[in-house]
Ligand binder design. Structure first.
Ligand code: NAD
Ligand code: 44H
Length: 379
């Protein structure tokens, strides 16, 4: 059994690659970072250190590594003989890895079992985005016979790593990898630790709109308060109040839309706040707040739940406050933050709302977000 995993970064090495390796897959990492691929290719093993209540270390062995920008032929051959392709590159990068996946699928011998393709990104239906890009890059008309595409939700906090740690990764104990079953047509692969679900929507919305909404709220308000560590942000009463407000909003959506019991969602939120506050995790407001344009986009962790709440006539003030904090994320090292500040500085409020959030006047949420943007621009 072979798995090709695109993106040998934090979640690639510390979560998806780890579970695939544990499940017995021959693991091939594909990445464009020269030094990382060289280090993986020249190593026999790396360690995943779980920190928290139950610290433990697992050693990953028996992988290989390919530079997807420079070893196209080898990558095509690896995908042609693989059972699974996964990605953890960032949702905005999926379009760049799709052509290599399409080439690998095209090179599969006739009669090969379907390749299972799964994007493991923080996005609603990330695999559908990848599938669209693979379809666009695939020349034949038999893609559906050669590959299946399954959406997933991945949850494990893997912070930015100590630059001196080499390939080793520090992660939290907790993880959840939910994968939708229907595309497998009754033939799901054996991967220990995976939660197989018939309908992914409640899982991905609960995860993205709780873990990631709460995380970014803590990061953006923490950043504004000059706090570097996420666990310190969670120790700040003002920041935790803002996180609580945002998560009260998304809780009401999750409960109303997906029929999750209020007490169950309350317990889920408490557990997540405890995970954020884990002092052993060296996580930062810069990492968690990264990519504000992606995070403030139409189908992501703020605008989507707020929009759905607005349509239902339910409150969303906590989310609006967090959106305002996101507009203030001006980290000069983050290209999206730089672009966000440029847009806010140059565009009218109406154009800024359209470009940043994708909302239009037809959206129930539009006037409230327009006011947040206008207030921000007026200082
Ligand atoms: N870190 C977490 O806690 C966490 C948890 C759940 C989900 N995620 C999601 O997983 C994804 C990856 O996050 P991460 O934290 O591992 O980021 P990361 O930056 O550590 O890793 C991303 C990797 O992708 C590689 N990459 C970039 N462009 C590429 C390309 N064209 N082809 C191949 N590789 C490419 C980068 O070189 C990097 O090694 C994101 O979508 C993120 O939202 C992260
Ligand atoms: O990866 P992002 O930028 O979408 O979000 C940052 C963090 O919230 C995220 O990486 C979490 O650590 C992760 O989603 C936990 O499962």
């Amino acid at each position: 059994m072979k798995a090709v995993h695109f993106g040998a970064g934090n979640i690639g090495r510390g979560f998806v690659g780890l579970l695939l390796s544990n499940a017995g897959y021959e693991l091939v990492f594909a990445d464009v970072a020269d030094a990382l691929i060289e280090a993986l290719a020249n190593s026999d093993s790396y360690a995943v250190h779980e920190v928290g209540d139950d610290p433990r270390t697992t050693v990953v062995r028996g992988y290989s590594a390919l530079n997807s920008a420079k070893q196209a032929e080898e990558l095509t051959a690896a995908i042609a003989s693989a059972d699974i392709v996964t990605t953890a590159v960032g949702a905005h990068i999926l379009k760049f890895v799709a052509p290599a996946i399409a080439a690998g699928i095209a090179a599969r011998p006739t009669g090969s079992p379907k390749l299972a393709v799964m994007a493991c990104e923080n996005a609603i239906n990330g695999t559908d985005i990848l599938k669209g890009e693979v379809e666009a890059a695939y020349a034949g008309d038999d893609l559906a016979d050669r590959a299946l595409f399954a959406n997933t939700a991945v949850d494990r906090i893997v912070p930015a790593q100590d630059p001196n740690a080499g390939l080793d990764v520090t992660v939290e104990n907790y993880f959840e990898w939910a994968i939708e079953t229907p595309p497998f047509e009754g033939n799901v692969p054996e991967i220990d630790g995976v939660t197989w679900v018939d309908d992914l929507e409640p899982y991905i919305e609960r995860k993205l709109f709780t873990v990631n909404t709460g995380h970014a709220t803590a990061a953006w308000f923490g950043y504004a308060a000059g706090i570097e560590k996420i666990s310190d942000a969670l120790a700040d009463a003002d920041v935790t109040a803002k996180v609580a407000d945002a998560l009260a909003d998304t809780k009401s959506l999750i409960v109303a839309k997906h029929g999750v019991d209020d007490a169950v969602q309350t317990a889920y939120v408490s557990k997540i706040l405890k995970r954020f506050a884990n002092p052993s995790l060296p996580d930062t407001t810069l990492r968690v707040g990264r990519g504000p344009l992606r995070k403030l986009s139409r189908h992501d962790r703020f605008i989507s739940p707020a929009s759905q709440l607005a349509e239902r006539g339910m409150p969303y003030n906590g989310l609006l406050a967090a959106i305002g904090a996101g507009l203030g994320f001006d980290n000069a090292d983050d290209p999206e933050a730089v672009e966000l500040q440029r847009l806010l500085g140059e565009l009218s409020p109406e154009d800024a709302v359209a470009q940043i959030t994708g909302l239009t006047e037809a959206d129930a949420l539009y006037p409230a977000v327009l006011e947040v943007v206008r207030n921000h621009q007026q200082g």
